[in-house]
Ligand binder design. Structure first.
Ligand code: GRF
Length: 206
């Protein structure tokens, strides 16, 4: 007899548009998807991500960083909020704050991020602009575990897209985004299915 576990409880941190959140919400509506978003937290009250969560019937919380003395205190509040809801995996989806060790330690190996470049190339802000400036011919997306650096955690999956001669930052970003929306929910599925193992920097997917 196969043992069917409850869907993995996912919390999403998002600061803006929330299109990657939407991709995960959409995936989790399909039958048999092994994860569900139980809470979305934003550091910006007007983030479209919060509206998307509410529209999907998911708890949407604005936590105001100004209420806390420092980054650690804010992250402690985030960790408590996630833990109180039994969150097992945290997905950063356009979350624009640097996570402190308080968060990273609490969710070590249980927090992932999506970044619009083929890391370790072009971490940080404006990854697509950096790719165009460097003249690379292949750009793409990386899903990686969160560690204490900026976009430095162990890489789970990547997908490449071509850089075209007439690309602008916007056209390249749009091409990469299609792959983000495909790959991010897929990685969440692999983790939920228990198929991902980490050995130092090497992440293996069965
Ligand atoms: C995406 O390009 C993601 O890779 C990056 O920030 C952007 C967020 O977009 N970290 P959205 O809020 O998911 O639409």
């Amino acid at each position: 007899m196969s043992v069917r576990r409850e869907p993995l409880r996912v919390g999403v941190l998002a600061s803006g548009r929330g299109s990657n959140l939407q991709a995960i919400l959409d995936a989790s509506r399909s039958s048999g998807y092994p994860a569900r978003v139980v809470v979305v937290i934003s550091d910006r009250e007007t983030a479209a991500a919060l509206a998307r969560a509410r529209a999907a019937g998911v708890e949407a919380l604005f936590l105001d960083p100004k209420q806390d003395g420092d980054r650690e205190a804010f992250d402690r509040r985030i960790v408590q909020t996630l833990q109180a809801r039994g969150v097992e995996l945290v997905c950063n989806a356009g979350y624009m704050r640097i996570l402190s060790p308080v968060f990273v330690r609490a969710f070590a190996g249980r927090a992932i991020n999506v970044h619009p470049s083929l890391l370790p190339a072009f971490p940080g802000l404006h990854a697509q602009r950096q790719a165009l400036a460097a003249g690379v011919k292949i750009a793409g997306v990386t899903v990686h575990f969160v560690d204490e650096g900026i976009d430095t955690g162990a890489i789970v999956a990547q997908a490449g897209v071509p850089v075209l001669d007439d690309d602008t930052e916007e056209s390249l970003a749009a091409r990469i985004l299609v792959e983000e929306h495909r790959l991010y929910p897929e990685v969440v599925r692999w983790i939920a299915e228990g198929r991902v193992s980490v050995d130092g920097r090497r992440v293996r997917v069965r």
